[in-house]
Design a protein around this ligand. Structure first.
Ligand SMILES: *[C@@H]1O[C@H](CO)[C@@H](O)[C@H](O)[C@H]1NC(C)=O
Ligand SMILES: *[C@@H]1O[C@H](CO)[C@@H](O)[C@H](O)[C@H]1NC(C)=O
Ligand SMILES: *[C@@H]1O[C@H](CO)[C@@H](O)[C@H](O)[C@H]1NC(C)=O
Ligand SMILES: *[C@@H]1O[C@H](CO)[C@@H](O)[C@H](O)[C@H]1NC(C)=O
Ligand SMILES: *[C@@H]1O[C@H](CO)[C@@H](O)[C@H](O)[C@H]1NC(C)=O
Ligand SMILES: *[C@@H]1O[C@H](CO)[C@@H](O)[C@H](O)[C@H]1NC(C)=O
Length: 408
């Protein structure tokens, strides 16, 4: 698994120096041998009492996990196909003695009653906590049954369908997550994560349903995935470094977002992010960086490249004056610094007139922003425009349409 880390660092280093690497290889960077050993022991949840008949199967899953996790050699926790298992909020806690693969072939369903959640203060449906060398794959589905949550989204605490908390060396592959309560998949305090072939779907109007949320996570690649939801397709927040998102189809939703960062005067840091080969369709934002006034820290070394936008409302946006609260946000001296952001090979249509918006901080302006080969036109064929304030150190290469403000 050290390979993942090395390869991610390698890729980032190369991209950051703007060299050319093939972005079309389908290969995964993880040493899958760890999980494909023929000596693994299989723990089938049905052998622990799971019925898949609509009754609560949580206890059976917990027992099967306990066995798989304490096995002395690589093991598989098997969820058979063609059945739907009902799980109340569960925690699968590690660290395990040996690598574990959770092979989900069937469907996992969340309870449809909110009362089944009350005991769980974390409001997480399925949590993998403190794991090392874990793989979750199998082609199955997680159905969060989020409808009851969406109706009351303002009255209840934030929740998530699938949380990986404090994990090291993780593979998540070939899985569908639908109708999450709120965030669909959350990686929090993880390192070395390879996520691929993930399909996420919930309705456009479902509130706070981020696709993939990344917090405090180092070296993560998300690729070959399709994400449509009511909030950000991918959101990357503080403490995250070495993040690659590539070959992603995004929409509906709020686009790909770094932030929000620095709320409530907090310290925030995000760096070394590569967003490559992404198509955004009908999203409210495309590529967004958002920070609150009064925060500290940075968002830096960020590359957005090879992006196609289709009817996106705010295709390129940096907002250092983000304010998402009832009370007005006052002008503040400190800010999360935004610097070294490259936008390269970006084309398509903007659903609003301003295709490029840089709304930067008066006290800490955006620095070293590069635009290279951009062609964003209005949906109706009209010209689009750039709007900006407080950007210093611009760079333009090739054609940039709309022309960056500084050159207007
Ligand atoms: C995660 O597991 C750790 C022990 O490894 C425990 O202390 C902690 O309470 C667990 N976190 C949650 C949110 O359950
Ligand atoms: C929300 O979280 C707080 C603090 O963790 C807890 O006291 C409260 O009961 C939770 N509310 C609901 C509706 O879950
Ligand atoms: C990054 O921000 C987190 C808070 O999200 C903080 O705990 C950590 O110390 C910061 N790291 C650096 C290098 O600033
Ligand atoms: C903001 O910080 C203050 C002081 O630390 C705290 O009392 C308040 O709950 C925080 N608000 C939010 C929304 O985190
Ligand atoms: C910048 O963003 C703030 C908050 O979203 C907004 O009030 C302000 O009008 C914006 N300024 C520009 C120049 O777009
Ligand atoms: C597009 O241009 C046409 C003709 O100039 C104009 O009538 C129309 O209002 C424009 N649409 C937008 C959204 O600006």
């Amino acid at each position: 698994m050290a390979q993942v880390k090395l390869l991610l660092l390698f890729m980032l280093t190369f991209f950051l120096h703007n060299l050319c690497l093939s972005s079309h290889s389908q290969s995964s960077f993880v040493d899958t041998q760890v999980w494909s050993s023929s000596h693994h022991k299989v723990f089938n949840v049905e052998h622990f009492g799971a019925k898949g008949d609509g009754t609560d199967d949580s206890k059976a899953f917990e027992k099967a996990w306990a066995k798989a996790c304490s096995a002395s050699s690589s093991s598989i926790l098997l969820v058979p196909k063609n059945k739907k298992y009902t799980l109340k909020p569960v925690e699968f806690r590690g660290p395990c003695k040996s690598p574990v693969t959770v092979l989900i072939k069937g469907t996992l369903e969340a309870p449809s009653k909110l009362s089944d959640w009350d005991a769980n203060k974390m409001n997480t449906w399925i949590m993998f906590n403190t794991t090392k060398n874990l793989a979750v794959r199998g082609g199955g589905m997680l159905d969060g049954k989020g409808q009851v949550w969406w109706q009351k989204s303002c009255k209840i605490n934030s929740s998530m369908a699938l949380l990986f908390r404090k994990c090291k060396n993780l593979v998540v592959e070939d899985m569908t997550v639908k109708d999450g309560q709120q965030i669909h998949v959350w990686f929090r305090r993880c390192s070395n994560v390879d996520a691929s072939k993930i399909t996420i779907s919930s309705p456009d109007e479902s509130p706070n349903t981020d696709g993939i949320h990344i917090t405090d996570t180092k070296n993560i690649i998300i690729q070959n995935s399709i994400i449509g939801s009511g909030d950000d397709c991918i959101s990357i927040v503080s403490g995250s470094r070495g993040v690659i998102a590539r070959k992603i189809l995004c929409g509906p939703g709020h686009g790909i977002s770094i932030g929000s960062l620095g709320s409530n005067h907090s310290l925030a840091n995000v760096s070394d992010v590569l967003v490559d080969d992404v198509r955004l369709t009908g999203t409210t934002n495309g590529l967004r960086i958002k920070t609150w006034q009064g925060g500290r820290g940075y968002a830096k070394h960020i590359i957005f490249q090879n992006i196609v936008m289709d009817n996106v409302k705010r295709p390129i946006i940096i907002n250092q004056n983000y304010c998402d609260q009832d009370e007005p946000c006052y002008v503040q001296e400190s800010a999360v610094a935004v610097s070294r952001v490259l936008y390269k090979n970006i084309k398509g249509t903007s659903a609003s007139k301003a295709a490029i918006t840089f709304n930067c901080s008066q006290s800490i302006p955006c620095r070293h922003i590069s635009l290279q080969n951009i062609n964003l036109v209005g949906e109706d064929g009209n010209a689009s425009t750039s709007v900006c304030s407080n950007v210093v150190h611009w760079k333009q290469d090739g054609n940039v349409i709309p022309a960056p403000c500084a050159l207007n």
